[in-house]
Design a protein around this ligand. Structure first.
Ligand SMILES: [Zn+2]
Length: 204
């Protein structure tokens, strides 16, 4: 398991470095369509690797549940960028470049609030499905926001934006956050009734 974690950590680092090069510095970077597609792919790949690294710890779910959760995290990591279209009120890529403000899915405070509500709810109801969903959302938005923070900082409404993160700092965060969240998952896990576990297995 340790070797897997080392390989995954290196893969996250390599994906971020190669991904940034392909998105911003390759010969196709001037194409908006290429950049949008490549950027989404890099976000999805990092979300995927983060979820796999998370599950390389002693999380204790069935293989099927892990697969569904990894797929969910991968999709959300990439889907966060749909708020560019919402902010631009247009599906044309050209209109996106004119938009100065960021959409709500890029607001880190929004996700922290949502996560806190879901965590409290999962503890009150002892719903393991909501608890794991909260961690998948957390992995998705942190990996996406931290990577975007290299260009624009984190948006911590109502306090404004942090300065942009340096390349090495953001990649370092991407590499360690999945393990930190896995540790938090284990120590904060609610005591679950047997019935709730059965319910979880039937839907995930
Ligand atoms: Zn983004």
């Amino acid at each position: 398991m340790k070797l897997i974690r080392i390989i995954l950590t290196i893969s996250i680092c390599a994906t971020a470095l190669i991904g940034d090069y392909i998105v911003f510095k390759s010969k196709y970077s001037e194409s908006l369509v290429f950049r949008a597609f490549a950027d989404s792919t890099v976000h999805a790949s990092i979300g995927f690797l983060s979820a796999v690294q998370f599950f390389s710890h002693e999380i204790g779910l069935t293989d099927q549940a892990r697969l569904y959760n990894i797929a969910f995290c991968t999709i959300i990591s990439s889907l966060i960028d749909v708020d560019h279209f919402i902010a631009a009120r247009s599906f044309r890529l050209k209109d996106l470049t004119k938009v100065k403000e960021r959409g709500i899915f890029h607001c880190t405070s929004y996700w922290i609030l949502l996560k806190t509500v879901l965590l409290i709810y999962s503890h009150i109801t002892r719903r393991l499905d909501i608890y794991i969903l909260t961690f998948m959302l957390t992995l998705a938005y942190t990996s996406h926001h931290v990577r975007d923070a290299n260009r624009r900082g984190l948006w911590l409404y109502p306090f404004g934006h942090t300065p942009p993160f340096s390349k090495y700092f953001y990649i370092f965060l991407l590499m360690i956050l999945p393990s930190i969240f896995a540790y938090l998952y284990i120590v904060m896990k609610p005591a679950v009734h047997k019935q709730t576990v059965r319910y979880y297995d039937s839907i995930v």
